[in-house]
Design a protein around this ligand. Structure first.
Ligand code: GCW
Length: 686
């Protein structure tokens, strides 16, 4: 695998001579300006010198004074050099992690100021500046003020200590193997750089399903190793979290209970917290999956989620730590014969009544949809349903249900839909972005969490184009108002250069890929239809008669789940008035979510004018052709993308179109046989 794939968005390829000529005069010297303790400023300078050196072929000098005519001034706003240079308005606009980029012209000298309120802000500013060079932007008249929208911009790893990764499709863990730490510090440092470069500031390194060995990560014998990992991430402004096992007091502490209201249990957690902070003074906190998919939790003791979360929050409070408590709670031992239980309702039913009961340092982490990262789901009604509670939007970067990094499925457009969704919590304009960042409801904490898609493969993500999902997640967490197109354009330029044909082709491929994947997989928002357990490949009834609560209810007449208030499970009523009414009625429910909310006959006519059955046939034939089109488009780049990366992506795209044919035929055949209705265009259905 090519070095270029390993370097991802830190590739810093040499720029073309025109660009180099424009940038070079500014980039001969990097001057650091700070007062007091500013360790991340060294990182910022180092990144600038490396990145610029690689792009311009000449590494800038480092200096503490500025005698050259033009230079880069990197520092904190309170430094002697930068103080007084900025407008008061700019100064006030910059928050703790924010920064200013400013081209300053003075009679005897000109420079570009990269100035953070803190050294961390300066580091983000340095990466912003590098991105401008990577994507060929003007730097002569910069006037940028940036602050992250999400306070918490976090990556969750589902890495197990044996080195395997739950739902990982890019090799083994970069952190663990054989029940211990792998100790590949260089790789972890490279990873931390990648995170900081897209503005991410938190990481949880172990799976939320915490098994025996990982339970011990908070025990004295493993904490020194955890601390070493934290040290590396700290250099890049990333705070470390751990997933914990709610039953730790029993499994680790030898107590007879893990009851959150038991004084001994509380004391045990308080001691653990003290110990963790002794090793890692800036430890982020605990991430918790409790009472979910057989994980232990407060329910065992007749307590609720607030009792559980608050107990941990109290233990972390003295150290400024937070508890991130996941809302992925539902009955995973359902009887498929029972139609009154609706998994989609579960999170809201469990958590909504607890609004206002969580401590200030608890954040609820909510998956974008009410079920589980399907190719298409409505937004979880918990967003906007708990105005008194801190919330984090959880997105799945790893492609569990979206092709497992063998298929190209660029998820930024999907995430954008979730982020822009109007919950109507406080009337029109109450977007999920507003809720998750805390801006809408004035919450102190909030942000975005993404499930990592990286592993120890040399390309990090297996499918090289899947790097765009990680990159895009980081960019959105920083700035949810960026458009899919902006993020895509950036990533393609950074990764493959500025040749217009390359930028256009790859951008189109990425931007179309989610709809293409949706076309040849499960239709109209119904989801699932995958092989159980590993979740790859078509299997329409794979989950139909199982305990997991994920049914499509297809018979010879029709398909879909009736989630209306009037005659169904009532799920549609969990939304605020406007979206609730939209989903409640068959007429106003958008086509792409029709089967999520309604059970309809195959002959039901969609807004598109097609019947449901004809839509299924058409989208599957079309989806396959579009998948072939992706490979075709990529072939057009032969010679324009370096040989190794070209070949690696091509082989994935070829696999994808083959597998899309499998999806097409399995789905079409299933519905043709069930419904007995022929394809209007008489194409081959088996
Ligand atoms: O999507 C499902 C996955 C599980 C995962 C779970 C969760 C970590 O199939 O593998 O467990 O969600 O989010 O907790």
């Amino acid at each position: 695998v090519p070095r270029d794939a390993y370097k991802a968005w830190l590739r810093y390829a040499p720029l073309n001579p025109d660009q180099a000529e424009e940038y070079a005069p500014w980039c001969g010297t990097v001057v650091a300006a700070f007062s007091g303790h500013a360790p991340l400023l060294a990182t910022a300078c180092e990144e600038l010198r490396d990145g610029i050196g690689s792009m311009l072929g000449r590494r800038p000098q480092e200096s503490r004074s500025s005698d050259s005519e033009r230079f880069l001034l990197v520092g904190t706003l309170d430094s002697a050099e930068l103080k007084g240079l900025m407008d008061e308005a700019d100064m006030e606009a910059v928050g703790d992690e924010g920064y200013v980029l400013r081209t300053v012209e003075q009679p005897e000298r000109r420079f570009i100021a990269i100035a953070g309120k803190t050294d961390k802000g300066a580091l983000y500013g340095a990466f912003h500046f590098l991105r401008l060079l990577q994507t060929g932007q003007r730097i002569r008249d910069l006037r940028v003020v940036e602050n992250p929208a999400g306070k918490l911009r976090m990556i969750d790893h589902w890495d197990n200590m044996d080195g395997s990764i739950e739902r990982g499709y890019a090799g083994r863990s970069v952190f663990f193997h054989h029940g211990a730490f792998l100790g590949n510090w260089n790789r972890i440092r490279d990873y931390a750089r990648m995170m900081a470069a897209v503005g991410l500031n938190a990481i949880s390194i172990n799976n939320v399903n915490v098994n025996e060995t990982a339970t011990r990560l908070i025990a004295p014998e493993l904490l020194p190793s955890v601390a070493k990992v934290a040290d590396v991430f700290r250099e890049y402004g990333v705070r470390l979290f751990l997933s914990i096992n709610f039953a730790s007091p029993i499994e680790l502490g030898g107590l007879t209970t893990a009851d959150p209201l038991d004084p001994q249990v509380r004391e045990w957690w308080a001691e653990r917290a003290t110990d963790v902070y002794r090793h890692i003074p800036d430890f982020g906190g605990f991430l918790v999956k409790a009472d979910s998919e057989f994980r232990p939790g407060p329910f065992t003791y007749g307590r609720d989620h607030a009792d559980g979360a608050n107990m941990l929050a109290e233990a972390l409070q003295p150290y400024d730590g937070v508890v991130i408590w996941r809302c992925f709670v539902y009955d995973c031992l359902q009887d498929w014969r029972d139609r009154s239980t609706d998994r989609a309702r579960a999170a809201y039913d469990h958590f909504r009544p607890l609004d206002g009961k969580f401590r200030e340092n608890v954040i609820l982490q909510i998956k974008n949809g009410p079920v589980d990262f399907q190719v298409r789901e409505p937004v979880s009604p918990l967003f906007g349903g708990m105005p008194l509670t801190n919330q984090v939007l959880e997105l799945q970067i790893t492609q569990e249900y979206t092709g497992q990094q063998r298929h190209l499925c660029y998820l930024v457009p999907q995430w954008k839909e979730a982020i822009d969704f109007d919950t109507y919590a406080l009337g029109e304009g109450s977007t999920v972005a507003g809720v998750a960042t805390g801006a809408l409801t004035d919450r102190p904490l909030g942000g975005f969490a993404g499930i990592a898609n990286i592993g120890d493969e040399p390309s990090w993500t297996g499918h090289i184009l899947a790097q765009a999902n990680y990159y895009g997640f980081g960019r959105l967490a920083w700035s949810p108002t960026l458009t899919s197109e902006q993020i895509t354009d950036e990533w393609v330029r950074i990764t493959f250069g500025n040749d217009p044909a390359v930028v256009e082709t790859i951008s189109r491929m990425l931007l179309d890929s989610w709809h293409i994947y949706e076309n040849y997989t499960s239709p109209l928002g119904i989801g699932w239809m995958v092989n159980p357990s590993h979740h790859y490949g078509p299997n329409v009834d794979g989950y139909e008669y199982s305990k997991w609560g994920t049914y499509h209810f297809a018979d010879n007449q029709g398909i879909g789940v009736n989630r209306t208030v009037s005659t169904g499970t009532g799920y549609a009523g969990q939304y605020h008035d406007v979206p609730a009414a939209r989903y409640e009625s068959v007429e106003s429910c958008p086509d792409e979510l029709l089967l999520f909310f309604h059970h309809v006959p195959y002959t039901h006519v969609l807004k598109s004018g097609k019947t449901v059955i004809q839509h299924i046939y058409d989208s599957h034939f079309e989806g396959f052709e579009q998948a072939e089109g992706l490979a075709e488009a990529w072939r057009g780049l032969e010679g324009k993308v370096d040989g190794d990366r070209y070949a690696s992506v091509l082989s994935r795209l070829q696999q994808q179109s083959k597998h899309a044919a499998e999806w097409r035929d399995v789905i079409n055949t299933y519905f043709y046989r069930k419904s007995g209705i022929s394809d209007a265009h008489n194409r081959t259905i088996y």
